[in-house]
Design a binder for this molecule. Structure first.
Ligand code: HQG
Length: 181
């Protein structure tokens, strides 16, 4: 399947499964699941032909394993990154490694120094275990900079950490005092 079509479809699925399901009249349950038949029907009405094979190809080729399918193959969800209010995934709490990374752009540093890391429009602050991912994430917003988060220390102080199915670490807020460059 051609890469351009896979990328475009992946972006579209991120958009409707994380942020704007109502754009195609789709309902997500609180765990983020959408019925695949309804997704295909809603996308078709929006002039965006999708089929099961294309959806399956996007799920299995996603570099960051952004989506998962239900065991019965009837439903799909994004595993993290949501901003829509109807979804509230029940992630399992987990002890984080000593250090986690957050990629951002240099222009945000001043504000991060004041407020710490905040989720923006998403439900959580996203952290990664490897620096390469953090650099790529930061690059999306400008000149990248990788921040180190004292995750284990935070955890010991009582902050909760979660890990999404695809390995991305999530937390509600990182205080500025536990971030270094
Ligand atoms: C910044 C990708 C000012 C934060 C990635 C980031 C990730 C602040 C931006 C996932 C701030 C929010 C999420 C503060 C944080 N003042 N700016 N106090 N605190 N920020 O896109 O983490 O490819 O919502 O540094 O892999 O960039 O989409 O979050 O730059 O896991 O699957 O506010 O998106 O995954 O931006 O990215 P985002 P993110 P996908």
């Amino acid at each position: 399947m051609d890469t351009k079509r896979l990328n475009e479809t992946s972006k579209f699925l991120s958009y409707v499964l994380r942020h704007e399901p109502q754009a195609i009249g789709l309902q997500l349950d609180s765990e983020g699941w959408a019925d695949i038949e309804s997704l295909i029907a809603g996308a078709a009405e929006d002039g965006r032909p999708l089929d099961r094979d294309l959806i399956q190809a996007v799920v299995s080729s996603s570099d960051k394993k952004r989506f998962s399918l239900s065991d019965d193959g009837l439903r799909i969800r994004a595993v993290q990154g949501h901003s829509t209010g109807t979804v509230s995934l029940q992630y399992v709490e987990k002890e984080p490694p000593e250090l986690l990374y957050h990629g951002t752009a240099t222009r945000f540093l001043e504000s991060i120094g004041e407020k710490g890391l905040i989720p923006g429009s998403r439900h959580h602050v996203h952290l990664s275990q490897d620096m390469q991912t953090a650099i790529a994430v930061g690059q999306r917003y400008g000149k990248p900079v990788v921040l180190k988060v004292d995750a284990l220390r935070m955890h010991q102080l009582g902050f909760k950490f979660f890990q999404a199915e695809n390995g991305v670490w999530l937390t509600d807020h990182v205080p500025a005092s536990l971030i270094s460059e």
